[in-house]
Each structure stands twice: as C-alpha cells, then as structure tokens.
Design a protein around this ligand. Structure first.
Ligand code: NAP
Length: 270
C-alpha cells in the first residue's frame, strides 16, 4: 500500500486526514496508508503521535521533513504558505509526489512548485472537494454562455481562524471567470471597496469576504444583469469532505509523470 506523508499534521486539515486514515487502517477506501507526519520545529506535538485525539497511529510527528517523507509515495501539504517552497524542494529531492492543499502562497512559491514539477508530479488543489471541481466547470460554462453583460461577483465565507483572504478557492474561481473572458485575474479583480470608492468598472470581478465562527467554507459566484441574477454556490459543512478529496487525489497522483496537475485531472473533467 503506498504511503502518504502529511505536512502540517497538527492542523485542522492535518487531523481530518489522520482521522480518515485511522478509521481505515487497511487503506481500503483511500488506497493509502499513513507513513509520515510533519509538523513545525516549534510544534507542541513534535515527537508525539500523529493523532492528537488519543488514537495511536504509530507514526510520530517530526519536524524533519526528510524523515517524514522516507516511506511516502505522496505527500499532502496542508500547512502554511511560507513553507510551500521548502516542502516542494524536499519532495523533489526525495522523489515523492506532492499535493498542495495549502492556500495563500505567493508567486515565488508557485515558481518553486513549477520547478519541483520538472522532477515529480505536483497537484495544486486550493479546494479538494468534488463539489468545487464541478462548480468550477459550471462557472466556466455560465461565464461563456452569459457573456460580458453580466456582472460577476464572488463571495466567500470561512471560520475565524483562516489566515488568507480571499480564499484560494475564491481566487481560483475568479481565475476561471477571467480566463473564460480572455483576461487574467490580475486585470479584472477588485479586492477593496469602501468609503466613496468609484462605481463598478465594467467587466471587473469583485470579491467579498466573511470571517466568522466555525464556518467550514462557502463560495458563491454571482452573475447579475438588469432583471436577473444567477448564483452558483457551494457550501462545505464538514472538513472531512476536503480530506476525502485530498486522499483520493493523492492516491491518483502517486506514480504519475512529473508535471503540474489540478483536481479537474483527477476527476477527468475537461
Ligand atoms: N485545499 C483545500 O481543500 C483546503 C481546505 C481547508 C484548508 N485549506 C488550506 O490548508 C492550509 C491549512 O489549513 P488548516 O485549517 O488545517 O490550518 P491550521 O489549522 O492552521 O494548520 C496548519 C498547521 O501547519 C503547521 N505548520 C506550521 N509550520 C509548519 C511546517 N514548517 N511544517 C509542517 N507543518 C507546519 C501548524 O502547526 P505546528 O506548529 O504544530 O506544526 C498548523 O497546525 C491553509 O492554507 C488553508 O487555507 C485548504
């Protein structure tokens, strides 16, 4: 059974992955077995079991990524954006496939992922749920069918602990709209509206962000014209949905040729 190393094992997503793998020790559902668990050097859980809920996985959390990757066919990164370049380089050096679920990384980190993808398969997945992959397709279709007369706005809501904004998923959805309009997100995105800001520029894509309580993740893409409005919405109510999708994608990724992949490749979507 191929091994999976979790980078960011102590976090919300890391623990959701550990729970899923522990509930299925034979790997029957995911086709993967937990082989490594990586935390930060400052982590209170360094040297302790990968599961923080008292369950014994037999795998200890380590801050040495080379150790964590030792028996892995694939690594799944749900840590912090500033660590993405180092994780990419370590996976490339170890010949371990990498799924990046971490969001909010910068252009330099993206370049590091492209660099690693010359040696290993790298899957960049700001959202690992099946529903959001399908939503992206629907958004692409709606953008093309409705044309430029429809204003597009993207709304997202997450829990109070989320560090980046707008979410990686909201930005990816904005990228889908921009691409379908023959532009880049940088050209069309509007992130800031307050005070007496100027009227809406035609063709722009506005982002609105809500942070509160324990909201797992909600995204809406709104298409509005005079007289009608279409809203395509995805609501995640359980973090396990991201963990299940991540393991399915990681199992798909292990053993693929080097290159950059997305969730649409895993699901066979165009
Ligand atoms: N793709 C998706 O579908 C999806 C879904 C949910 C969240 N996310 C993204 O995934 C990331 C993690 O989310 P989360 O909610 O799990 O955050 P979180 O609870 O803050 O977990 C991140 C963890 O990373 C650990 N960490 C910090 N530095 C590290 C390092 N150098 N190496 C390994 N681990 C390190 C931190 O703790 P220690 O100091 O204890 O190691 C922390 O527990 C975020 O970017 C979030 O936006 C993506």
């Amino acid at each position: 059974m191929p091994g999976v190393a979790i980078l960011g094992v102590t976090g919300r997503m890391g623990q959701a992955l550990v729970r899923l793998l522990s509930a299925d020790p034979d790997g029957a559902a995911a086709g993967l077995t937990l082989s490594g668990a990586v935390c930060s050097p400052l982590s209170a859980r360094r040297g302790r079991d990968a599961a923080s809920d008292g369950v014994s996985t037999g795998i200890l959390a380590t801050d040495q990524i080379a150790t964590g990757l030792r028996d892995a066919a694939v690594a799944v990164d749900f840590s912090r954006p500033q660590h993405v370049p180092a994780h990419a380089a370590a996976c490339a050096a170890a010949g371990v496939a990498l799924l990046v679920g971490t969001t909010g990384f910068d252009a330099a980190a993206r370049a590091a992922l492209d660099d690693a993808a010359r040696t290993i398969p790298v899957l960049i997945a700001p959202n690992t749920s099946l529903g959001v992959a399908v939503m992206s397709q629907l958004v692409r279709q709606a953008t093309a069918a409705l044309g430029p007369d429809y204003d597009v706005e993207i709304l997202e809501a997450h829990h109070r602990g989320k560090r980046d904004a707008p979410s990686g998923t909201a930005l990816a959805l904005g990228g889908v709209v921009a691409e379908a309009r023959g532009a880049t997100l940088e050209e069309l995105a509007v992130f800031d509206r307050h005070g007496g800001s100027a009227p809406r520029a035609a063709g722009s894509i506005g982002f609105a962000v809500l942070r509160a309580g324990d909201i797992v993740g909600e995204h809406s893409v709104v298409f509005a014209a005079a007289g009608e409005r279409i809203e395509i919405t995805h609501r995640a109510t359980d973090r396990a949905i991201f963990a299940r999708g991540a393991l399915r994608a990681a199992a798909w990724l292990a053993g693929r040729p080097p290159g950059v992949y997305g969730m649409q490749n895993v699901l066979g979507l165009p």
